[in-house]
Design a protein around this ligand. Structure first.
Ligand code: SF4
Length: 306
């Protein structure tokens, strides 16, 4: 039987996006990380460990049809939110446990707690970090909502400090900056900042139609932003509205798989993975490895929260 790999579509890394919490210290107008604040799974260490065991035994150690079909070599657990670092020591425990169980690890963060935490980052628990950064101007960040209740907001200087500190404790970490281009920042020039930070990747995303329509921009304005920053040697990767798709396995704060429903309105959720196991919960969201693979973009973290 012909496998997908023979079609040259082998992916090296399977990414499981765990939206571990919806709680966040910022309040971005375009944020779509809303699950109605359920009793989130991370509150119980036992449940965390059980979930990681379930995922590891199916995706890493098991011999599932999915593994055979997709043919990945490694599995990366990507922690997203909300703001995952708001969980404090629990966040670090999840990373340490994930490492022990054989996952590669990454996080999408707004960066606030990379520079404002009393906890030390444990060594070598993180393979990749994606930091969201939308503007070098405080007023613009405030208007977008990238600010906490006390008025604190990650500045360009904070961002530089955060990355410097991370590369010291996380050997070989790959860093990514995510910028959501919207009506308030599309004229901004990021070239010298990104040139100085030299991230592995600078991902620019057109704001999605969610929440505040005032932030929306036309495809043309988004293209102008991309063109202005192109040809300068920056590691820019652009995603317009029309190219953004759900390409990852996603787990919600309750520990359920979810994905866009075929009818395109809202999400479809499985039962809890810890109660029913990976195989049957995957089946509940009608997960199809072939479709997944055709839409899959390796080495990406497409999630924009944080
Ligand atoms: S987009 Fe990210 S930083 Fe902004 S409110 Fe949502 S989770 Fe927080």
């Amino acid at each position: 039987m012909k496998s997908i790999n023979e079609d040259n579509k082998k992916i090296n890394e399977l990414v499981i996006n765990w939206h571990i919490t919806e709680v966040c210290n910022y309040d971005c107008k375009y944020c779509f990380a809303k699950w109605g604040r359920p009793k989130e799974l991370h509150r119980s260490l036992e449940e965390i460990e059980k979930l990681l065991n379930n995922l590891a035994s199916y995706f890493i150690n098991g011999d599932s049809a999915l593994k055979n079909e997709i043919g990945y070599d490694t599995v990366r657990l990507n922690l997203a939110g909300g703001e995952p670092m708001m969980l404090g020591s629990t966040f670090f425990i999840v990373l340490m446990l994930a490492k022990q169980k054989g996952f590669k690890t990454s996080v999408i963060t707004n960066g606030h707690y990379l520079v404002n935490s009393r906890l030390d980052f444990p060594k070598n628990v993180l393979d990749m970090v994606g930091i969201s950064f939308d503007s070098q101007d405080l007023l613009t960040r405030k208007k977008i909502g990238r600010v906490d209740r006390k008025g604190n907001s990650l500045s360009a200087e904070d961002l530089k400090m955060a990355l410097k500190a991370l590369v010291k404790t996380q050997t070989g970490i790959r860093t990514k900056i995510n910028t959501v281009v919207n009506s308030l920042n599309y004229k901004e020039d990021f070239s010298s900042l990104i040139g100085e930070l030299t991230p592995y990747k600078w991902k620019v995303l057109q704001v999605m139609p969610y929440g505040d329509d005032d932030l929306m921009i036309s495809d043309e304005k988004f293209s102008q932003f991309v063109e202005r920053h192109s040809g300068l040697g920056l590691p820019i990767f652009a995603e317009s509205n029309s190219t953004m798709t759900e390409s990852y396995l996603m787990v919600d704060p309750l520990g359920r798989f979810y994905q866009n429903s075929a009818s395109a309105s809202g999400y479809k959720y499985s039962d809890r993975i810890n109660q029913c196991g990976v195989e049957s919960t995957l089946a509940q969201i009608a997960f199809n490895p072939k479709t997944f693979l055709s839409r899959y973009r390796p080495i990406d973290i497409t999630v924009t929260e944080s």
